[in-house]
Design a protein around this ligand. Structure first.
Ligand SMILES: Nc1nc2c([nH]c(=O)n2[C@H]2C[C@H](O)[C@@H](COP(=O)(O)OP(=O)(O)OP(=O)(O)O)O2)c(=O)[nH]1
Ligand SMILES: [Mg+2]
Length: 315
């Protein structure tokens, strides 16, 4: 196979405070005309993605970007081009939207699109917009079941928390009982309960999804079909590639910083973490290892969706 030239693209997810994001229709005369996309376009020679983003939003929408955070970097092989898309979440801008290329605009809610068709590369990443900035791993083994259930309730009262029930010290029966108790706590819209463990013991539990260990991930041939949301723990490029191949919804990558749970392994560090994400994957990634709300901004600056938090969230 001959290696193809990579077309680099910067695209903006304009997000309003209520979570709605902007899609625009592609103008007539371009490949995939009429398809819906995030506004943006190709990098010019020597241009940085963030500068291309600002230029394209000025050219296409007539607005000035005030705040942009890198989000996913994704490669997609189209018949017309091999593209590398750098997505940014744009949360502040100046000026009113103008359809300078004759596009149509549509403000959309995560997981409730009212327009179609969407550019093929964008399908998987749209699920990512429904995800939270934090992924909480349960601490029942550390703080006891009663305390844990009480805190889980507080988290879901406060907002749409994503909680992975990971309790390797419990046997299957104990795990199932705890899961059923947890599932009775009301979750707000967008709040998620994610299981962890042998898949056959989880399928009939009232879960929103499953979190795979890297070992489970590498043993699978395809995405487990019984779960709505599927994510996995990863540590390196080959595990990220496998998660991408299976079309998983998210990954957790680490450990990024030194953490008490892995005293004998060298941490990845932020540079290697960012380099691994920059290789281009279609699902959001959470940093894990020594993470807390205090490291969220740093994780996002490195291209992460957010942080996976172990005990720290529960103190
Ligand atoms: N802008 C944008 N492009 C996307 C998205 N998803 C996706 O696969 N692409 C692909 C389609 C195109 O192959 C490429 C973007 O090229 P483009 O035609 O928009 O580039 P441009 O705005 O610079 O347009 P032009 O000056 O070349 O006419 O990236 C997306 O959400 N937004
Ligand atoms: Mg464009």
């Amino acid at each position: 196979m001959t290696s193809r030239k990579i077309t680099r693209v910067a695209a903006a997810i304009l997000i309003q405070p209520d979570g709605q994001f902007l899609l625009a229709s592609r103008p007539i005369g371009k490949p995939y005309a009429g398809y819906w996309e995030f506004p943006g376009g190709k990098l010019e020679a020597g241009e940085a993605a963030i500068d291309a983003l600002a230029r394209e939003l000025h050219e296409e929408l007539g607005i000035e970007v005030k705040q942009a955070t890198p989000w996913l970097c994704q490669r997609f092989d189209y018949p017309h081009a091999l593209v590398e898309l750098s997505f940014f979440k744009v949360t502040a801008w100046e000026g009113d939207l103008h359809a300078r290329e004759g596009q149509l605009f549509a403000w959309q809610k995560p997981m409730q699109l009212t327009v179609s068709p969407i550019l093929p590369a964008n399908g998987p990443i749209l699920r990512g917009l429904a995800m939270n900035e934090t992924l909480l791993f349960s601490p029942a083994g550390l703080i006891g079941e009663a305390d844990f259930l009480e805190r889980a309730k507080l988290h879901w009262q406060a907002g749409p928390a994503w909680l992975v029930l990971r309790e390797p010290q419990l046997d299957t029966q104990q795990y199932r009982q705890l899961c059923l108790k947890l599932a009775q706590i009301p979750r707000p819209h967008g709040g998620m309960l994610i299981g962890h463990g042998e898949l056959s013991t989880l399928v009939d539990l009232p879960l929103d999804g499953v979190h795979l260990t890297s070992r489970q991930l590498m043993a699978l041939q395809q995405r487990p079909a019984q779960f709505n949301w599927v994510g996995a723990s990863t540590h390196n490029e080959s595990e990220l590639a496998q998660a991408n191949r299976l079309g998983l919804d998210y990954t957790v990558l680490g450990h990024v910083c030194a953490s008490a749970s892995h005293p004998d392994q060298a941490p990845l560090g932020w540079t290697q973490f960012a380099d691994l994400l920059a290789q281009g994957w279609s699902s959001p990634c959470f940093a894990i290892g020594g993470q807390s709300m205090a490291t969220l901004a740093q994780a996002q600056a490195a291209g992460a969706q957010g942080v996976a938090i172990l005990s720290a969230a529960w103190r």
